[in-house]
Design a protein. Structure first.
Length: 186
């Protein structure tokens, strides 16, 4: 796996800056860089990442990470080396549990990003009451780079949710999204 980290200049999400080298120069491992996801979930078992950033005093990180709750954008690239038998058809099937992004302050300005209809927004508002909403998000790119001779032929994504979760699903590809059971999409 290859991990990259990005921070924004101020709160402008259009001004993304790759800070992977800066994290590496501070001695951060891939696991520590990825821990931004765990800090979102307040995993107290992790070391204090922000204390390590401050101790390093890397000028780029020191300037951009100004608050204890600053989170960075991550990119994790998975790579597998495989050998295939010559002159035969090989079918690839893999599965994994993806890393899920998330945030807080899920207001109406994000409705179009997450394909929320009016009924789903009403359910969210009802559930939130006077508390700010948090969210989790997962995106997939269903194309391949120049490393495969053909495109992905079949793709199956199964989304399972807990009974108290509200799920919105965006799909612009071929095929249909099917609901199965009380709380799941396929």
């Amino acid at each position: 796996m290859h991990v990259r980290a990005f921070l924004y200049k101020g709160h402008d999400e259009q001004s993304e800056l790759d800070v992977t080298v800066a994290f590496r120069q501070c001695g951060f491992s891939d696991k520590e860089i990825l821990s931004a996801y765990h800090h979102v979930n307040y995993d107290e078992s992790l070391p204090n990442i922000y204390a390590k950033i401050r101790a390093c005093k890397h000028p780029t990180l020191y300037r951009l990470i100004t608050e204890q709750d600053t989170h960075w954008k991550l990119q994790a690239i998975y790579e597998w080396t495989q050998t295939f038998k010559a002159n035969t058809v090989t079918r690839i099937n893999h599965s994994y549990r993806p890393m899920v992004d998330g945030g807080v302050f899920f207001d109406e300005s994000l409705d179009s990003n997450f394909c929320l209809d009016k009924a789903t927004r009403q359910n969210l508002d009802k559930k939130a009451g006077t508390h700010p909403l948090s969210y989790s998000a997962l995106g997939y790119v269903l194309t391949t780079g120049a490393n495969w001779a053909k495109p992905i032929e079949r793709f199956k994504l199964t989304a399972e949710r807990d009974g108290d979760e509200i799920v919105s699903f965006c799909w612009a590809g071929r095929g249909k999204v099917k609901k199965w059971g009380r709380a799941n999409l396929k």
